[in-house]
Ligand binder design. Structure first.
Ligand code: FES
Length: 127
């Protein structure tokens, strides 16, 4: 039986990625590290781990509240769609390695991710 698992591990990609979330003063002060499941976005994985990333449009790529900045592993991610690129233009603190976490599906590897200090909702409510 063990041999069967060893063979399966070599044939089938694990499709799990490790997400290292940098500390965020409100959402995860100590940072966090977790794995994604197959076909799971970074936003879904973070929410499953109890990290309350905003997702105002319920992950339909119609807001920017789930904005993240990918500090390591950006080039390994799925490409952003035109719609995602258009939405990102409205994100607070946009950087070249910005993505919408609900549209970001890592396959394998280690990704270091930063949550911006603010979302566009907070900026419009607080300032
Ligand atoms: S939750 Fe709205 S774009 Fe991701």
């Amino acid at each position: 039986m063990r041999r069967l698992f060893v063979v399966a591990e070599k044939v089938l990609p694990s499709e799990m990625a490790t997400i290292k979330l940098l500390p965020h003063s409100e959402l995860c002060p100590g940072g966090a590290e977790f794995e994604t499941r197959a076909d799971e976005s970074i936003c879904e994985a973070a929410l499953r781990e109890g990290i309350k990333i905003e997702h105002a449009c319920e992950m339909s790529c119609a807001c920017t509240t789930c904005h993240i900045i990918v500090r390591e592993g950006f080039s390994e991610l799925n490409d952003a769609s035109e719609t995602e690129e258009d939405m990102l233009d409205k994100a607070w603190g946009l950087e070249p390695n910005s993505r919408l976490s609900c549209q970001t599906f890592p396959i394998e590897g280690i990704y270091t991710v930063e949550l911006p200090k603010y979302t566009i909702n907070q900026v419009s409510e607080d300032h």
